[in-house]
Design a protein around this ligand. Structure first.
Ligand code: XMP
Length: 506
C-alpha cells in the first residue's frame, strides 16, 4: 500500500502497539527498522518508537536525519524517539538516576494546541524511561510537563514533535486523541481496511512461498484456522494436518473435520491420542507433562509430513512474538517448543517458516477470519492451549479425569452460549481438582473429585479478570454438572485475577 505511516522500531515492547493503534484509527501503518528509512517510500508520517537503549550509548540506534528532513513529513518521537530527535536538533540528553516507570500526569501548557488539541487539563499518561532531555535547542516549544514541571512534550518546529510518554498503551488515557491529532498534520493518509490488508497478505504469502509446498498444522483454534483460510485463498500448494492428541474437548476432532469441510479445506487427521495418553501415564509434574506433549507432537507431526518440509506455516501472532504461548493453536504448540526443536530451528534458519499473521493481534485475526469468510463459531472461539486438557488437569492425566473435564466443560460452555455470555468472555473452562472429598449422592456417601470453573476477560491473555457471572447462572451450571457428570461432587468458581494466578490450572 502507498504512503504508509512509518513506525521506526527502536525495540520497545510497545512498538507494534503503535501500529495497531493507528490501524484502530482506520489508517495503514507499517513497521521499519531504523536503517530502512529509505525503504518507506514517501510515507504520510513517521513515528520514532521507544526503545530499551540509551541515546547516550556509543552504538545507540540512530536515524538518517538528513534523509528524514528531506522527506518533509510530520514526525513524532516517542520516548527514545523524542530523545533522539532532541539530540538531532542540537539539544542534549542526560542519564537518569532512576527509571520512571508507570502512571504520571501530563499538564499541557496553557494555550497549546496542535497534537494536544482537546486534551484535559491533567491527563493520565504512562512513562517508561530513565534518561531525560536536558538542554533544549533554541526555539523548542515545551508543550506539556509532568506534575514536577519536567518537560514531557516538545515541539521543535511545525512538523517535529516529541513525547516522553507512550500514547499507544491503554494506561495513557488520551493517547488515541494525541495520535489522531498528530496524524491530522499529515496529508493523504492511507486508509486501513481489513479487506485490502487481506489482499496484501495474500500477495505476501504468494511471494514468500514462491511455489514451494507448504505444511500447516491446524487445531480448530482461531489462529490456525485463519492461517489455513489465508493459505487456501492464496492458492498455494498446502497440506493441512490436524493431530488428535487425545487432550481435546468433547467432540472436537469431529467438529474440526466438519468445520474445514464447510470452508472447502481438506485436512489430514492423525489420531495419536493413545500415544499421547501413554506418554503421560504416571506423570504429574506440569513441566514434564508439557515437555512430553511438546516433543511427541513434533515427532508425530514430522513423522506424518516427513523431514523434508519445504515450508512450514505457523499461526504466530504479534503477542506470541513478545510473550510466547498466548494463542491457542497447534501451530503455536510447535512455536512454544520451537526453541528446543531442531527441525523447526533448521527450517527457520533456512527461511522456511511462514508466519503471515505475526503483525496482528487476536481481535484483528478474528476480523481477518471474518473477511476470509470463516463462520462466527470459528472466529469467535475462545483460545485453547496447545497442550489441551492436560493443562486443566493438575497432576496425572488419566482417561477417567479427561472424561470428567470434557463432560463438565461441554455443559459449562453450552450454558454460556445459550445464556448469551460466551462472546463477552475471553476464555472459560472447567478444570479438575485432583483431590477427592466426601459428599452425599442419593442416600450414599460419595468420595469424588471437585471441579473448578474459570471464566475470564482479558486483552491478549497477559492479564485477566474473572467474570462476574450471575449467581443464578453459576447455580444452574453447578446443578447440571453435579447431576450429569459422574465422578464429581463439588463445583467451585475461580475468582483469581492474573496475575498472580494464571489463566490455566496446571
Ligand atoms: P496462562 O495460563 O499462562 O495462559 O495465563 C495464557 C493464555 O495462553 C494459553 N496457553 C497456551 N497456548 N500453548 C498455547 O498455544 C500453550 O502451551 C499454552 N499455555 C497456555 C492459555 O489458554 C491462555 O489463553
Amino acid at each position: 500500500m502507498e504512503h504508509p505511516i512509518a513506525v521506526i522500531d527502536y525495540g520497545s515492547q510497545y512498538t507494534q502497539l503503535i501500529v495497531r493503534r493507528i490501524r484502530e484509527l482506520g489508517y495503514y501503518s507499517k513497521l521499519y527498522q531504523p536503517d530502512e528509512l529509505s525503504e518507506t517510500g514517501k510515507p504520510a508520517a513517521v513515528i520514532l518508537s521507544g526503545g530499551p537503549r540509551s541515546t547516550l550509548d556509543d552504538d545507540a540506534p540512530d536515524i538518517d536525519f538528513d534523509y528524514l528532513v528531506k522527506m518533509d513529513v510530520p514526525v513524532l518521537g516517542v520516548c527514545y524517539g523524542m530523545q533522539l530527535l532532541n539530540i538531532k536538533f542540537g539539544g542534549s540528553v542526560a542519564p537518569g538516576n532512576t527509571r520512571e516507570y508507570g502512571p504520571a500526569s501530563l499538564v499541557p501548557e496553557a494555550g497549546v494546541d496542535g497534537i494536544f488539541k482537546g486534551l484535559s487539563d491533567s491527563s493520565q499518561i504512562w512513562m517508561s524511561h530513565s534518561d531525560t532531555v536536558s538542554n533544549l535547542p533554541d526555539g523548542t516549544e515545551i508543550m506539556g510537563r509532568n506534575l514536577d514541571g519536567v518537560p514531557v512534550a516538545l515541539k521543535w518546529n511545525d512538523q517535529y514533535y516529541g513525547i516522553q510518554f507512550h500514547p499507544e498503551v491503554s494506561h495513557t488515557k488520551e493517547g488515541q486523541e494525541i495520535l489522531k491529532n498528530f496524524l491530522s498534520l499529515a496529508g493523504d493518509l492511507p486508509k486501513f481496511e481489513m479487506s485490502s490488508f487481506k489482499d496484501e497478505l495474500i500477495e505476501r504469502v504468494r511471494e514468500e512461498v514462491a511455489g514451494r509446498k507448504v505444511v500447516c498444522g491446524v487445531s480448530g483454534g482461531v489462529d490456525s484456522s485463519v492461517l489455513a483460510a489465508l493459505l487456501h485463498e492464496s492458492g498455494v500448494d498446502a497440506r493441512y494436518i490436524f493431530v488428535d492428541n487425545g487432550l481435546l474437548r468433547k467432540d472436537e476432532a469431529e467438529d474440526v473435520q466438519s468445520l474445514f469441510g464447510e470452508v472447502g479445506i481438506e485436512i489430514e487427521t492423525i489420531d495419536a491420542s493413545e500415544k499421547f495418553l501413554g506418554s503421560l501415564a504416571g506423570v504429574a509434574d506440569p513441566e514434564e507433562k508439557r515437555r512430553r506433549i511438546g516433543s511427541l507432537f513434533v515427532d508425530v507431526f514430522f513423522g506424518a509430513v516427513g523431514d523434508d518440509v519445504e515450508m512450514l506455516a505457523q499461526g504466530t501472532l504479534y503477542p506470541d512474538v513478545i510473550e510466547s504461548a498466548t494463542s491457542g493453536s497447534i501451530a503455536s504448540t510447535i512455536k512454544t517448543h520451537h526453541n528446543r526443536v531442531s527441525q523447526i530451528m533448521d527450517l527457520k534458519a533456512q527461511g522456511r517458516i511462514l508466519e503471515p499473521l505475526d503483525e496482528l493481534f487476536k481481535d484483528e485475526v478474528r476480523e481477518l477470519g471474518r473477511v476470509l469468510g470463516l463462520p462466527e463459531r470459528v472466529v469467535g472461539r475462545h483460545p485453547f492451549p496447545g497442550p489441551g486438557l492436560a493443562v486443566r488437569c493438575p497432576g496425572e492425566v488419566t482417561p477417567e479425569k479427561l472424561e470428567i473435564i470434557r463432560e463438565a466443560d461441554a455443559i459449562f460452555i453450552g450454558l454460556l452460549h445459550s445464556k448469551g455470555w460466551y462472546d463477552s468472555v475471553w476464555q472459560a473452562y472447567a478444570a479438575l481438582i485432583p483431590t477427592k472429598t466426601v459428599g452425599v449422592k442419593g442416600d450414599e456417601r460419595s468420595y469424588e473429585y471437585a471441579l473448578s470453573l474459570r471464566a475470564v476477560t482479558s486483552e491478549d491473555a497477559m492479564t485477566a479478570e474473572w467474570v462476574h457471572l450471575p449467581y443464578e447462572l453459576l447455580g444452574e451450571i453447578s446443578n447440571r454438572i453435579l447431576n450429569e457428570v459422574s465422578g464429581v461432587n463439588r463445583v467451585l468458581y475461580d475468582i483469581s485475577t492474573k496475575p498472580p494466578a494464571s489463566i490455566e490450572w496446571e
